[in-house]
Design a protein around this ligand. Sequence first.
Ligand code: UD1
Length: 441
Amino acid sequence: MDTFVIEGGRRLSGSLRVNGSKNAALPLLVCSLLTDQPVTLKDVPDLADIRNMVRLLGELGCERITTPEPTTLTLKVHDATQSHARYDIVRTMRASISALGPLLARRGYARVSMPGGCSIGERPVDLHLRGLRALGADITLNGGDIVARAPRGRLQGAKIFLGGQFGSTVLGTANVMSAATLATGTTIIESAACEPEIVDVANLLNRMGARITGAGSPRITIQGVDRLNGAEHVVMPDRIEAGTLMCAAAITNGDLVLENCPLDALMAAREVLSTAGVHVSEMGSGADPMRTTCRVTCERVLRPAEFTTQPHPGFPTDLQAQFMALLTLADGNSIITERVFPERFLHVAELSRMGAHLLRQGATVVVQGVRKLVGAPVMASDLRASAGLVLAGMAAQGTTIVHRVYHLDRGYEKLEDRLCAVGASIRRVDDKELGGSPTEG
Ligand code: UD1
């Protein structure tokens, strides 16, 4: 298993381009199930989750057409008879659940293995199923699989309330919205997720001939159409990668220029950075606010900040661990509350091993800023927690060893190479070289 060996204390300086968004690319790729024409996506990041999704779509009859550009993916359905997303793929990637709506809408039948829990909590799919049932689907559970049928082969438009205990659901909204594109009549999704990735999916679907309005707001209206066509689409830049790189600049007291940065989708994070003394300034003007060039610098002493994670446009849960790592070095007490995944705190114990002072009470962590972090062996537990540990390692005195970086590889393409290009010292090694990885559990 791969491990990172990080020598801390290097200041980052230079320029990096933000890649296409993983969380947009995954539901965008499944849109290819909705048509028999080719769907082309540009600026798709090369990540384990993306490769898994392409493998799943391959099993569902979508052929990958080779293109000269490595970040461009073209998919085309050549066989619509296989509609079973099997457990051994679904368990590696929960986003496989996004195939349920498109399969059901286009083929009238879908069988998708029920995703289990994961290290950040239980993660139920009840809202996805509630939404699809409202569109008329008949859904049962059989042998651990969700088995869904559209009566007489077609879903029917409906008014759907998609809010849950923790607010809206991102992939649930993508699932129901894409399914409704081919339903008869009009669908209204109330309490829809407002995340920019939903807007990106709606934009592709509209290019394919769908009639969706209101994406990005809590009420999305979809007028069903009889068929969708192929289309081409550039994936939006990854706002979580951009936020992570901003933290990387700040925690190393560095000076980074980020190109292709979706500043417009990062307002809550930018506000917290500003409180902490981190300046994010847009360079040039008149550019697309979702693809800006910006410069990140920070004051010598970081100030404490408070934030609560919330659905968009609130502070994103996917940046909570990275901001916690940053605030461990602030001059004072910060307060972080997690409202989307209240158990998403596995990084707390690992950051504490590096000298952070963290006090957790339920879904809130008080971060007592310390003057320095000290390198230590730590274990990555989920994708974003791993990013938090890498950030802490870059700021710590001495050597930090981050085990199980396969979690990180799910969401960040060659992160170590990119950070090293702007001054970090991170080596990827096989943990056998270091005497093996600590055991889990
Ligand atoms: C997506 C992102 C993930 C991010 C999360 C929240 C992708 C591939 N993943 O995950 O990185 O952390 O949004 O921004 O885009 N819930 C229910 N019932 C459901 C569905 C969700 O109760 O049927 C709850 C969840 O447990 C959670 C909250 O709703 O507490 C939000 O989850 P959701 O928005 O669905 O997350 P994902 O779409 O799976």
